[in-house]
Design a protein around this ligand. Structure first.
Ligand code: FES
Length: 354
């Protein structure tokens, strides 16, 4: 199958992060600072990505502000003609720093928020972070940039959906992403503690619907479903190796941010192979493109071109083979593992990251 060029690149500049969120989807084993790509290597990655067709660059982590060369990398990506999105916890984002980054070419900021009130937010973040986030949101608005507030929802903050929406409005968000936890990396370790109850999900839906009506034209409210409780799998990444690529802090190039969990694949590194070659020719990117790789029930399913069999990472994590149908699908012979995971559980404590 011939792939189209990628549209976006998630550049995970570092895994270093001041927060310790239990829902972190980064790998259990983080890339150490001494294995991170250098400034010149990141510049080369950005140049190669633009030549390959990438238009949107998401500078992320960990916390991208932990990289001293962030301003230079922003300037370089902007100079190449990329739309630059900064994905941040907001810690360390002063007015001066934000103004400088905006001048150099950041065009949008995505700020994470953990809960509606400071006390709970700081418990979830494992750090005194909430106050700084308010200041960061003000700095983003002052720089004149559009702001997306991103909140990962789980058992310990689901009851706050209404108050979180109010907070996002107060922070001046243009867009609010309410994303139920996806269970990869560290989050999978905390699955029992994070899993929302059916009652929480049922209560949140009318609140989100009402907010969408009330805020129409002012704040876009996006609600990412809790896919374990769904019967249809999500069209993960809009298809494997179809639109976006991820470059990990050490230069490993991944078809999706969580693909490292698929230990049956070998991933190339941009320090050893050109990015274009990895995108078009590598075994990892070609593994699940198209439909040839599909097994039943996906192979003969009418929805195979709609949801692509769901998420390859989830299929691997929960069934041991990435070619299997994502077990979130009610037609999957492995669907029982998902049903078991959503069975009512008693509250269990988080294992904090780091
Ligand atoms: Fe990797 Fe879904 S998270 S394919």
């Amino acid at each position: 199958m011939t792939a189209s060029p990628p549209f976006g690149m998630l550049a995970e500049l570092t895994h270093r992060c001041p927060l310790h969120c239990p829902y972190c989807s980064n790998p259990l084993e983080l890339v150490r600072r001494d294995r991170e790509l250098t400034t010149d290597q990141w510049r080369s990655v950005l140049t190669q990505a633009r030549a390959l067709g990438v238009l949107q660059v998401h500078l992320s982590g960990g916390e991208p502000l932990a990289r001293r060369d962030l301003p230079e990398l922003v300037g370089h990506a902007h100079g190449l003609g990329c739309y630059v999105n900064l994905v941040t916890s907001g810690l360390g984002l002063t007015h001066e720093r934000m103004a400088d980054l905006a001048r150099r070419g950041v065009e949008h900021v995505q700020l994470s928020v953990q809960a509606a009130d400071e006390e709970r937010a700081d418990i979830i973040a494992g750090a005194r972070a909430a106050k700084h986030k308010k200041a960061a949101a003000a700095a983003i608005r002052e720089a004149g940039l559009p702001l997306t507030v991103n909140v990962v929802l789980h058992r310990r903050n689901h009851d706050q959906v209404g108050a979180i929406i109010d907070l996002a409005e107060e922070l001046g968000a243009d867009r609010l992403e309410l994303a139920n936890t996806q269970f990869y990396g560290w989050a999978l370790r905390n699955r029992a503690a994070l899993m929302p109850t059916r009652a929480q999900l049922d209560a949140a839906e009318p609140v989100v619907r009402a907010a969408r009506r009330r805020l129409a034209g002012r704040v876009e409210v996006v609600y990412v479903l809790a896919d374990y409780q769904d019967r249809l799998p999500k069209p993960c990444m809009h298809g494997w190796g179809a639109r976006q690529l991820t470059v990990a802090p050490d230069g490993t190039v991944l078809p999706c941010p969580s693909a490292h969990v698929i230990t049956s694949l070998e991933f190339d590194n941009v320090t050893e192979r050109p990015l274009a070659e990895i995108w078009y020719e590598s075994s990892s990117f070609n593994a699940y493109r198209g439909e040839e790789w599909m097994r039943e029930p996906c192979r003969s399913c009418d929805r195979r071109g709609v949801d692509f069999g769901g998420c390859r990472c989830q299929a691997f994590l929960l069934t041991g083979a990435a070619e299997n149908t994502d077990p979130v699908c009610a037609l999957s012979p492995h669907h029982g593992v998902v049903e078991q995971a959503v069975a009512p559980a008693v509250d269990v404590p988080f294992v904090m990251r780091g």
